[in-house]
Design a protein around this ligand. Structure first.
Ligand code: 5RP
Length: 222
């Protein structure tokens, strides 16, 4: 099975997972990335079963709209029943690293505004301890070097993701060499560094459910 076939399989599993929860008024929160793109294409096939969507990035909004799915601003939508998104890593407690696609801030906002966060991944994303994937941090551009120095004090090795500007007009530092034994605490510490907009740890609001595609089928973690 190729990785794309696994992404498609987990996207289809997510559709089956959310289908019974949908009604004519439902607004679906939709994440960003290649797995989310498979999900969007599958979601389009059941667009008659829900009202509209909220997107976690401009790219996702465009893809949803290209399928004829109405995209609402989160301020209009209010609280969402369900948010579906990928991840770069997940651990046994359903803590996540996200932001490989630089959409972490809006992803974290939509996840926070949703009753249920369903994370869809293939088995390459499963880890015991987060941090093998460099932790993305969105920073206000003028703070980049300051934030990088503060991260070095926390024993991380920050690398500027050159050429990337987020949907919010900010920049990304990818932090290598972290072994994240207490993700909730590190998420809070990083959020307190002046200039940090968001960090890619989704621990204080992790996933409620992870659907993980393997060559033998889709596994569910709750
Ligand atoms: C984007 C994200 C993505 O969910 C994450 O990078 C996983 O992407 P993919 O499904 O392409 O592996 O956090 O900011």
């Amino acid at each position: 099975m190729t990785q794309d076939e696994m992404k498609l399989a987990v996207a289809q599993a997510a559709i089956e997972y959310i289908r019974p929860k949908l009604n004519d008024d439902s607004i679906v929160g939709v994440g960003t990335g290649s797995t989310a793109n498979f999900f969007i294409d599958e979601l389009a096939k059941i667009k008659h079963l829900f009202a509209s969507a909220v997107a976690s990035s401009d790219e996702t909004a465009k893809r949803l709209e290209a399928h004829g799915i109405e995209v609402l601003d989160l301020n209009t939508a209010g609280q969402l029943d369900v948010y579906i998104d990928g991840a770069d890593e997940f651990d046994p407690h359903l803590n996540l690293i996200k932001g490989g696609g630089a959409a972490l801030t809006r992803e974290k906002i939509v996840a926070a505004a949703s009753r249920e966060f369903v994370c869809i991944v293939d088995s390459s994303k499963q880890v015991d301890i987060l941090g093998g994937f460099p932790l993305p941090i969105e920073v206000i551009p003028m703070s980049r070097s300051y934030v990088a120095r503060e991260i070095v004090k926390l024993d991380g090795a920050p690398v500027y993701r050159e050429g990337v500007v987020t949907d919010n007009g900010n920049e990304i530092l990818d932090v290598h060499d972290l072994s994240i034994v207490n993700p909730k605490e590190l998420e809070r510490v990083l959020n307190n560094v002046v200039g940090v907009v968001t960090n890619g740890l989704f621990a204080n609001r992790g996933a409620d459910v992870v659907l993980m595609s393997t060559p033998d089928g889709v596994e569910t973690f709750k």
